[in-house]
Ligand binder design. Structure first.
Ligand code: PPS
Length: 571
């Protein structure tokens, strides 16, 4: 294998500027397809040569070869299906041989594609072969079955323009831009480090060691396209990487952002990552333990063995054209105040070995506990704390549900006042009546309208939660499925606390504070919850409040105690 790199430009799929201007006008008359965020990532790397030798979205023959044995129809190594998945309805409108315009989510035409192939893939087979199991606990399998279109289109691409990125522009490079940069600096050997996580001291040590051992320069090449759901957002990560970059000896290391949509496909993903880095002008690639691992399957076991990715990469190393550098598990040796590879510590019985796992780090961040300097750089910790404040400073949603007249609004108001008295976070009350006046004034009480109403409340609450506020919602929200939908939406940003105000329908009717139950009994109000419309009693709310013979203040206090026990407020 060549050790020194050939940094000549690689083929791109873009046409010249003048042709692009012409093509853009012509393409406006073609049938249009609006790309999904993942397809935009794929298209960018197709067009700029990051996915060289692909010339477009895979044809059926290429797809079958890739799924079955990681090879395109011409025999070249390619481990990952790159497909234009579309709906059946869209696919039916097309003729084979027709050109279509590929647009970003704002409607900008990025490329045209000649549709040479259209087929319905066997997704279960794709899941088994590419991801190792047809199990939706795997994020890419879940995507395949629940998000990707039913039909795949294949054919060559003509690139018109790059997808537009407004963030970190100076840090984004095409393969040819990186090749030119390495050429200019005389970097003939470059070790690439792929990452989707913030870097801490151990990563800095291992990447620098890898480069030193290979006598090469270092490229920190983080993925900023789509990573594993739940990862630290790329804005925060890039600020962390910038801080770590200063810790390397000057002019040994650079960083560039890669707009890749990861699939978390472990071994196949490692080979794919290698090919992509080869295209970006690198000679070496660091492959870690459980590289691009998706976590546990639905039986609670790892999808891949810890060294499967290294094994598969090694088998294809020659063909990939990159040398693999094994990741060394670095640990901190307290007595020597330095990081050392775990398996090279001869005197391990006489020294103190320190390590903080990812789970422990997340716990410490969540609870605002100390993160020692031996573990991470203070600048990185500061960035992470900004994005992941302790639970007592994060936003959350308190979601009261119960019959009309159950006391939801009264208790919600009391809780709001108590929270405002404590201060620290903005509190917004989304009471049923307030929302129906302001957000949902055109809606009635059919199932469809109630669902829409609750989803609107959920959306506003999720925005409030995301931005660190407290949303208190108090609608009837009679349907369990809609409450679950809202919970899932909100839980990606913060806690969701469902409070069932469990006043019985008999008691609500006896109180009849608004006189509505009487009208409902007389049939003058239709679809009245509890009388002529259903209410799904919450099965596992975080809190259930019995209001009969109980003071409002006591109910509100129970909510406050619950929030305290969850660490969401501090006494
Ligand atoms: S829902 O089901 O969650 O969308 O309902 P919500 O937005 O909370 O609105 C409930 C308030 O509207 C009044 N109202 C009715 N409630 C239930 N069923 C029917 N048909 C109905 N018609 C009007 C009622 O005053 C509710 O107020 P609250 O505050 O719950 O007592």
């Amino acid at each position: 294998m060549t050790q020194l790199n050939n940094l000549a430009p690689i083929p791109e799929l873009y046409v010249s500027y003048d042709s692009a201007q012409k093509l853009k006008i012509e393409a406006a008359h073609l049938k249009s397809f609006d790309l999904t965020p993942r397809q935009i990532c794929d298209l960018e790397l197709l067009m700029n040569g990051g996915f060289n030798p692909l010339k477009g979205f895979l044809t059926e023959a290429d797809y079958n070869g890739v799924v079955e044995n990681m090879r395109l129809a011409d025999g070249s190594l390619w481990p990952m299906p790159i497909n234009l998945d579309v709906s059946e309805d869209f696919a039916e409108t097309l003729e084979i041989g027709e050109d279509i315009a590929l647009r970003d989510q704002e409607g900008v035409i990025l490329a045209t594609m000649t549709v040479t192939d259209r087929w319905e893939p066997n997704k279960a087979r794709e899941a088994e072969k590419v991801f190792g199991a047809d199990d939706i606990a795997h994020p890419a399998v879940n995507y395949l079955h629940n998000q990707a279109g039913k039909i795949y289109l294949g054919g060559p691409i003509v690139g018109i323009q790059q997808p537009i990125h407004y963030d970190f522009r100076a840090r984004r490079d095409t393969p040819n831009e990186l090749r030119a940069y390495f050429r200019k600096l005389g970097w003939q050997k470059v070790v690439a480090f792929q990452t989707r996580n913030p870097l801490h001291r151990a990563h800095q040590e291992l990447t620098f060691r890898a480069a030193r051992e290979a006598e090469a320069n270092l490229l920190i090449h983080p993925v900023v396209g789509m990573t594993k759901p739940g990862d630290v957002d790329h804005f925060t990560r890039v600020r962390c990487y910038e801080a770590v970059l200063d810790k390397y000896p000057q002019s040994t290391t650079t960083m560039s952002l890669l707009n890749l949509a990861m699939r978390m496909a472990g071994p196949r993903e490692a080979v794919w990552h290698g090919l992509i880095r080869k295209n970006h002008g690198c000679t070496h690639f660091i492959v870690g333990r459980d590289h691009a691992g998706p976590g546990k399957n639905s039986a609670g076991e790892d999808f891949y063995g810890p060294y499967d990715a290294q094994d598969l990469f090694r088998t294809h190393e020659e063909e990939i054209g990159l040398k693999m550098v094994d990741f060394k598990h670095m640990v901190y040796v307290q007595e020597r105040a330095q990081y050392e590879p775990n398996d090279e510590i001869a005197d391990r019985d006489n020294v103190t070995i320190l390590n903080i796992s990812g789970t422990e780090l997340r716990r410490r961040l969540a609870e605002g506990l100390e993160i020692p300097e031996w573990f991470s750089f203070p600048e990185v910790v500061t960035e992470l704390r900004k994005t992941k404040p302790p639970r007592s400073k994060q936003g959350f949603t308190l979601f009261f549900t119960g019959f009309s007249g159950s006391g939801k609004s009264t208790i919600a108001n009391a809780v709001m006042v108590k929270l405002m008295e404590m201060g620290g976070r903005p509190v917004t009350l989304l009471d049923g009546d307030i929302v129906r006046k302001n957000l949902s004034s055109e809606l009635g009480f059919s199932k469809e309208h109630r669902d829409l109403n609750i989803k609107r409340i959920g959306y506003v609450a999720s925005e409030i939660t995301k931005n660190g506020g407290i949303a208190i919602c108090a609608p009837i929200a009679p349907y369990a499925s809609t409450r679950r939908y809202v919970r899932e939406d909100i839980e990606s940003f913060g806690a969701f606390i469902e409070v069932h105000v469990a006043t019985t329908i008999e008691e609500c009717e006896r109180r009849d504070r608004k006189g509505l139950y009487k009208l409902a009994r007389e049939g003058k109000i239709k679809e009245f919850t509890g009388i002529s419309d259903p209410y799904d009693v919450p099965e596992n709310p975080e809190l259930r409040l019995e209001t009969e013979n109980t003071e409002v203040d006591y109910c509100a206090q129970q909510v406050i105690l619950k929030l305290e026990s969850m660490g969401l407020i501090t006494a």
